[in-house]
Design a protein around this ligand. Structure first.
Ligand code: C5P
Length: 224
């Protein structure tokens, strides 16, 4: 009896880390919906639709039908990679530049409709772990298990900073912190599918627990 597990929460809460662990353990498919909004943002940047930090929404809307997003599983590295119009963009979508534009792109109604349709189509087979902001509330309101993850902004910023630094990114802690505050604000205040905890979601605050503890906790919920 395979199920759908929806994992929502704030930026840089470790949603994808947990989702990957669960998917691996249960042999489920893992879908990172943030990667989809990031890929749309990369497209907008590449096409020059973002000028002086302002997104030209009409241009993006006109181009929307020609944006194709897909995932492919890299067996050698046992991880899923994001493709934009057939090109592997897994690295390119993780930069702070993309992080700074993505929450504005994700506010656009038509963008969300397209992404939600794609996400629902991926749920045809059960045995799915999907992470994002609106998975339990909008994409799969009937998901058998909903987790809502949170941690203090400072802890999230520190974790994300360490991660980017380890990848050789020269970003400052202040910039990472500012980005987290910006996205928390954009994601919770938008009109279209804002980030909210579904009444039936289980909250996991991982400020003070280890990744292993969190995994055990979540797995327990998934199995019961
Ligand atoms: O999960 P990640 O931090 O990579 O997501 C990037 C951004 O995409 C979020 O800050 C949010 O603005 C947007 N997003 C969303 N709905 C989702 C997933 C991500 O609006 N389901």
């Amino acid at each position: 009896n395979k199920i759908i597990i929806a994992i929502d929460g704030y930026s840089s809460c470790g949603k994808s880390t947990l989702a990957k662990q669960i998917a691996k353990e249960l042999n489920y498919v893992y879908i990172d919906t943030g990667a989809m909004y990031r890929a749309v943002s990369l497209y907008a940047l590449q096409k020059g639709f973002i000028v002086n930090n302002v997104l030209e929404v009409t241009k993006l809307l006109a181009a929307l039908p020609s944006i194709k997003i897909s995932f492919s599983y890299n067996l050698a590295q046992s991880k899923s990679e994001t493709f934009l119009n057939g090109v592997n963009v897994e690295q390119d979508i993780r930069t702070i530049e993309i992080s700074n534009h993505v929450s504005k792109v994700a506010q656009i109604k038509e963008v969300r409709e397209k992404m939600v349709d794609l996400q629902r189509a991926m749920g045809d087979d059960k045995g799915l772990v999907m992470d994002g902001r609106d998975i339990g509330s909008v994409v799969f309101p009937n998901a058998e298990l909903k987790l809502f993850m949170t941690a203090s902004p400072k802890i999230r910023a520190q974790r994300r900073f360490d991660e980017l630094k380890a990848k050789g990114d020269k970003v400052s802690f202040e910039d990472v912190m500012a980005n987290i505050v910006l996205r928390d604000n954009d994601d919770t205040s938008r009109t279209e599918n804002p980030l909210i905890k579904s009444p039936d979601a289980i909250v996991i605050d991982n400020s003070d627990i280890t990744q292993e503890e969190q995994f055990e906790l979540a797995l327990n919920y998934a199995k019961n």
